[in-house]
Design a protein around this ligand. Sequence first.
Ligand code: SF4
Length: 66
Amino acid sequence: MAEAYKDPADNKRKTVSYTVDFGRCMFCGLCVESCPKKCLVHTTDYELVSYNRAGMVLGKDKIVKR
Ligand code: SF4
């Protein structure tokens, strides 16, 4: 889920928040294939386990590699 707004200064969309619910993701790869900017990738980083469903919702700070 993403929240964004259009910045009137440069007329571009800016992201406010971005989360992925890995409790719902099937890792089908459709989002990776269809991403027009090629900014989504699947990795072998699988240690995102949690003991509850709320812990499976990860924000940009946890899923973006810098
Ligand atoms: S891989 Fe992407 S398109 Fe597929 S279920 Fe997960 S988030 Fe949705």
